[in-house]
Design a protein around this ligand. Structure first.
Ligand code: AMP
Ligand code: DBH
Length: 529
């Protein structure tokens, strides 16, 4: 079993198994089962390609054999950075089939993030498509193989070479209670945290989500958001759709120009977007557009959805709105697709599992009165008990009895549902993309002309929040860098574009409150825009 992660205590694990939440099935075993059950049904549509369940299974098997022959072993970590293509499923299931552990990088990640993911997980391989960050990965000493999805990408191994490899299938008996994948947290700290999800817990969240979304064999799920993200991967997304024999339609881009024709052509019934994308789709749907009548549910999550936007979903797109409050750490909370519109619009969600434990507490961890807002803590059959290799951080990110401190503020509604009321963590939610202020601050501080830097969120009508860096330059005589030069500096350090501050403001001093403690909510007051 992989070191560096904390599982559930034995008594709780036994309870989750007895209740049937954890079924003792690995993701490799899951593929065997769905291939047997759904055989020739279409599993994946990607452009002109259509793979049946059987074909996905065969391809994963061939790739597992090729990876095995290369030297990838069970429990090895492999950083995967692929776009919304069939290869993503082929590679992940190939890794699961041989018992290896994909690390879910996002296409937006650049050298800084990829190098960190490879080094922190001691990854043996990096698989990428598109631009990627192969050079950065190759420099990490543990990385023995850099594999490009496309042979023309450079002097790397090609996925094709591995597929062709004949040989034993590479099937390994992974432990369903062990780690299946490492998800990424938006995080609050200097480096991104990794989230160890087990086969048991991840499959449970996907199966239960498929039920909560009423998915069935006739469902067609459009993968519009970056597929490696927890939301399109498992809520119910890719895994939930496959669990019921539905069809996945991969969209190479989430824009209406790409997504709408696919919805029309493939009879897509459900998809997931973040709030800014929902706004773009609504605007596009107000003009002449392809027939979207097959769409039954639009899931929106990742960031607060303004009511004015939420209200337009049914009249403009002709489908139900399902709000999703979720996190890669686990807890998922959904409105019901059959909820009355006012409940869906309000975004009062219900935790997915009857075994989800929710506490809403004050700053001293005391329960707040019923209905009051407070810090949301949670524990349950698919919420992690600790980040991967992060002992010090885990001591504050979890309570001693294993509740995850979400960093969100929430209250219970009169009907017993959850309503998100705010955020207490040091993170900016930029339209669903999470930016850890401290991470960006540390990169800014690496500039020789920067003395102090604080990154905060400021309201934005489209993104919800955008990022703003307050920077105290080093004292004269040298000139402070220009905002453009600072942004270029961060890009050169290999930081993903969505983490580059939207705005850089130079200040003489960072306002301080209390005993030298920064108050981030008050920070931007009095600072010129
Ligand atoms: P992460 O931990 O990076 O997976 O991000 C999860 C976080 O996204 C949650 O803790 C919330 O702060 C935020 N989030 C996700 N969905 C919603 C939503 N529907 N409304 C408000 N915030 C959300
Ligand atoms: O924001 C998230 O991380 C998120 C939102 C909705 C998520 O991980 C999910 C659903 O699974």
């Amino acid at each position: 079993m992989m070191d560096g992660w904390i599982g559930w205590p034995a008594d709780l694990a036994a309870r989750y198994r007895a209740a049937g939440y954890w079924q003792g099935e690995t993701l490799g075993g899951f593929l065997d089962r769905i291939a047997a059950e759904f055989g020739d049904r279409v599993a994946i549509v990607d452009g002109a390609r259509r793979w049946s369940y059987r074909e996905l299974d065969a391809r994963a098997g061939r790739l597992a054999a090729g990876l095995r022959r290369l030297g990838v072993a069970p429990a090895d970590r492999v950083v995967v950075q692929l776009g919304n293509t069939a290869e993503f499923a082929e590679v992940c299931f190939g890794l699961w089939r041989l018992g290896a552990i994909p690390v879910m990088a996002l296409p937006a990640h650049r050298g800084a993030e990829i190098a960190h993911l490879c080094a922190h997980t001691a990854a043996v391989a990096y698989v990428f498509a598109g631009r990627g960050a192969a050079g950065a990965a190759a420099r990490v000493p543990t990385v023995r193989w850099v594999v490009a999805a496309d042979r023309s990408a450079g002097p790397w191994l090609a996925l094709d070479d591995l597929r062709e490899a004949p040989g034993p299938d590479g099937r390994a008996n992974a432990d369903a209670g062990g780690v299946a994948l490492l998800q990424l947290s938006g995080g609050t700290t200097g480096v991104p945290k990794l989230i160890p999800r087990t086969h048991d817990d991840y499959l449970y969240s996907a199966r239960a989500s498929a039920q909560a979304c009423r998915l069935g064999r006739d469902s067609g799920y459009l993968v519009a958001l970056p597929v490696a993200h927890n939301f399109p991967l498992s809520s119910p997304g890719v895994l939930g759709t496959l669990s019921v024999g539905g069809r996945l339609v991969f969209a190479p881009a989430p824009s209406p120009e790409v997504a709408f024709p696919l919805i029309a052509r493939e009879g897509v019934t459900i998809t997931a977007v973040v709030p800014p994308l929902a706004q773009v789709w609504l605007r596009a749907a107000a003009a002449p557009h392809p027939d979207l009548s097959s769409l039954r549910v639009l899931q929106v999550g990742g960031a607060p959805l303004p009511a004015a936007v939420a209200r337009q979903v049914r009249p403009v797109l002709g489908c139900a709105l399902q709000q999703v409050f979720g996190m890669a750490e686990g807890l998922l909370s959904y409105t019901d697709p059959d909820d009355p519109d006012e409940v869906a619009v309000a975004g009062h969600t219900r935790p997915l599992s009857p075994a989800d434990e929710i506490r809403i507490v004050d700053d001293e961890d005391r329960e707040v009165p019923p209905g009051a807002s407070g810090h949301l803590l949670t524990r349950g059959p698919y919420t992690i008990r600790g980040y991967y290799r992060a002992d010090a951080h885990n001591r504050t990110a979890f309570t001693p009895d294993g509740f995850y401190r979400t960093g969100d503020l929430a209250r219970r509604t009169a009907g017993g549902r959850l309503a998100v009321t705010g955020r207490a963590k040091n993170q900016i939610n930029r339209g669903g993309e999470k930016v850890a202020a401290e991470e960006v601050e540390q990169h800014l501080l690496a500039h020789p002309r920067v003395r102090q830097a604080v990154v905060v969120g400021t309201p934005d009508p489209f993104l919800g929040e955008r990022t703003r860096a307050l920077v105290v330059p080093a004292p004269a005589p040298a000139e402070p860098p220009s905002p453009a030069a600072l942004r270029a500096f961060l890009r050169e350090r290999g930081l993903a574009t969505y983490k580059i501050p939207d705005q850089v403001t130079f200040v003489d001093a960072i306002p301080e409150t209390g005993v030298g403690k920064l108050s981030r909510t008050e920070l931007t007051e009095g600072v010129p825009r």
